[in-house]
Design a protein around this ligand. Structure first.
Ligand code: G3I
Length: 332
């Protein structure tokens, strides 16, 4: 197979990536690569509060619209990311008075944004990263600005508003740090499961679980904990999307051959485990080329070399991680 999307199509899977909307317009080779490889895309930043809603009465949909137009022009599905997150919240929001005023702004944003693309989105990450077992509350809830601004029920409020604004999109709860076999992953998976059970018990419209999958080619291992979690999701009638997969190689020495082999190994083993579960219907990497990856900015390699975390290198050549991804999909 020559593309991720063709491999996915043969095995009932949408495959794609997060897109840098500025690069999409400035870099035609990058746009061609995305169009060739992806059956689903998501904006890496362009649909977040900080990008869309710079002031209370100002929305800026230019970047977000351009991604949706590109996707529709190439018959690519679009995920929305995200309607509620504790990061990239504009300053003006933080100054709102908690309670009715803040709740009004919160719901209005969700209605406006989800409503704009209603009927055209595959799914929305309605709430992103709301669980924090280390520094969060006893019930696992992260001390997010939205918790104090809107109230304890902000997650429920968000999902109900999103459903009303776009009844067709699959509404998703998206989370990171729930992939591993370490104690922290076990605790976080447990807290996420409890949250989803609470929401389902209250008939909150949740359709899918997003497992971000920011992985590491170091010592991490993946196994029964995640496998059990996928089964839990199936039992709750939730689809599962891998929403933000990448494999950082910062623990490895500079040698490219060594890094590429290790990264590809994680792609293959992780996807084998996850794709064995029929609940999983979409896989997206967080970027497609090592030229544009957040990993080069946040906590990057000490030797300043570019990370080799994605299927394509900085010159848009497929790496071993690309072959490993195709092979894992073909084994499904
Ligand atoms: O657009 C401005 C630019 O005008 C300005 O000159 C520049 C100076 O810092 O900042 C630019 O904004 C940056 C934005 O990315 C767009 O490039 C922000 O500073 C930077 O913080 C932001 O980082 C993004 C981060 O989320 C925070 O929104 C990363 O690109 C993005 O990869 C990352 O994605 C998150 C997911 O949403 C949720 N899961 C984890 C994942 C990785 O952290």
């Amino acid at each position: 197979t020559s593309s991720l999307k063709a491999a996915g199509a043969a095995h009932g899977l949408l495959v794609g990536c997060a897109v840098d909307t500025r690069a999409l317009r400035a870099d035609t080779a990058y746009a061609a690569l995305v169009a060739e490889q992806a059956s689903i895309v998501v904006a890496e930043n362009a649909m977040k509060w900080g990008a869309l809603h710079p002031a209370r009465d100002t929305y800026d949909f230019e970047q977000a619209d351009s991604l949706v137009a590109f996707a529709e022009g190439h018959r690519i599905k679009v995920r929305g990311h995200n309607l509620c997150w504790h990061r990239y919240v504009p300053e003006w929001v933080m100054r709102l008075s908690p309670g009715a005023q803040a709740k009004g702004v919160f719901v209005e944003h969700i209605e406006r944004v989800a409503g704009r693309y209603a009927g055209r989105m595959h799914s929305w990450d309605v709430v992103n990263e709301a669980i924090e077992v280390k520094d969060g509350r006893a019930d696992g809830m992260r001390v997010s600005p939205w918790l104090s601004l809107v109230g304890d029920d902000y997650i429920e409020v968000a999902f109900r508003a999103a459903r009303a604004a776009d009844p067709q999109a699959l509404l998703t709860y998206n989370e990171y740090g729930i992939e591993g076999e370490d104690e922290a992953s076990y605790r976080k998976r447990r807290a996420v499961l409890m949250l989803l059970r609470r929401l389902k018990a209250r008939n909150v419209p949740v359709d899918a679980m997003g497992v971000q999958s920011h992985l590491s080619a170091g010592d991490a291992s993946y196994g029964p904990g995640l496998r059990g979690f996928l089964k839990d999701m199936r039992e709750l009638d939730l689809q599962v999307f891998l929403t933000e997969m990448d494999v950082n190689d910062r623990a490895l020495p500079a040698d490219v051959a060594v890094r590429d082999k290790a990264v590809a190994g994680v792609y293959g083993r992780y996807l084998d485990l996850v794709l064995a579960d029929p609940a999983v219907t979409a896989v997206l990497t967080w970027g497609i080329t090592d030229r544009y990856t957040w990993l080069n900015h946040e906590g990057s390699r000490k030797d300043q070399l570019s990370e080799r975390a994605l299927p394509f290198d900085v010159d848009y050549r497929g790496k071993e991680a690309f072959d490993a991804t195709i092979d894992a999909i073909d084994r499904r």
